[in-house]
Design a protein around this ligand. Structure first.
Ligand code: G1P
Length: 298
């Protein structure tokens, strides 16, 4: 276990996507595109860029489009080739060549902790990463968020959760960590933890450092998840099991660098769409001009 690399990642994608109905009636929310790339593909690309070799996606019954997206589509490839659209053909093939992806079903919607428990036999006795599909992180010119956490794991060989500060009036949307040292150095990226609480109220919150969808965990988490009682909202919470993990190992928070978008939220989704489109060479001039024109009328 000592020198094991973080090779495997799990991506929970079994939510109902109720916030995006009706789009998610027949399509998983993870397949909703930001400009023209499904959010799940950004997450898979981050994992691959962070050194991950095998990915397990936890799905519900609605997984067909995900499987197809990451599979070969020979007919489409042939048609693109015949039409001389070689760039597109290459892009489509690359999606299926990136990494090995496996799927497992979460049979009951019993929470994030329960979803992670469904990956136990896939992970075995290795450290592994968790990436949540609602959190997209962009770190232009720097390392992807997960790679930063893997770096912290490689130094300490113990579990690491990715955090960033959030406004106090939003702490009730996240898992909030409690640093061991109350007066932790705000410039430090790695912070030793003493506690963690799922979606606290402002007055109960141990601070403003929120877990934002990136984790590197050691396999001891599975035994804890197996015995984890339901917590917040009657769900088996990963946060509660990580809190118990702190009894047997040091757990760190890592303040990762990068801009994080909450694409599970409608406004966050729209913001990500605009920001990502503004970075596209084929869209940015037209879109900037349009935004300026709109702004002048508001
Ligand atoms: C989950 C986790 C929470 C974490 C959040 C990050 O909550 O339970 O600890 O802070 O993701 O996005 P959810 O947003 O699924 O309710």
């Amino acid at each position: 276990m000592e020198n094991q690399r973080v090779r495997k990642a799990v991506i929970p994608a079994a939510g109902l996507g109720t916030r995006f109905l009706p789009a998610t009636k027949a399509m998983p929310k993870e397949m909703l595109p930001i400009v023209d790339i499904p959010t799940l593909q950004y997450i898979v690309e981050e994992a691959v860029a962070s050194g991950i070799e095998e990915i397990l996606i936890i799905t519900n019954s609605n997984k067909r489009s995900m499987e197809d997206h990451f599979d070969r589509n020979y007919e489409l490839e042939e048609r693109l080739k015949a039409a001389g659209k070689n760039d597109l053909e290459e892009m489509i093939r690359h999606i299926s060549d990136m990494v090995n992806i496996y799927y497992v079903r979460q049979k009951e919607p019993k929470g994030l902790g329960h979803a992670i428990l469904c990956t136990k036999s896939f992970i075995g006795e290795e450290p592994f990463a968790v990436l949540l599909g609602d959190d997209l992180v962009v770190n232009e010119g720097g390392e992807p968020a997960l790679k930063q956490l893997v770096g912290a794991y490689n130094e300490k060989r113990t579990s690491v959760v990715g955090v960033q500060r959030v406004p106090m009036d939003e702490v009730n949307k996240y898992g909030i960590v409690e640093p061991q040292d109350k007066n932790y150095d705000p410039d430090k990226r790695r912070i030793k933890l003493k506690g963690m609480v799922e979606k606290p109220s402002i007055d109960q919150s141990p601070g403003d450092l929120a877990v934002l969808g990136r984790y590197v965990l050691t396999p001891e988490i599975f035994d804890l998840l197996e015995t984890q009682a339901a917590g917040k909202n009657g769900e088996i919470q990963l946060t509660d099991a990580i809190l118990r993990l702190m009894d047997i190992q040091t757990v760190y928070a890592y303040r990762f660098e990068g801009t994080r978008y909450d694409v599970g939220d409608k406004f966050g989704f729209v913001k990500a769409t605009i920001d990502f489109a503004l970075k596209r060479p084929e869209l940015k001039d037209e879109l900037s001009a349009y935004i300026k024109e709109l702004a002048s009328k508001i």
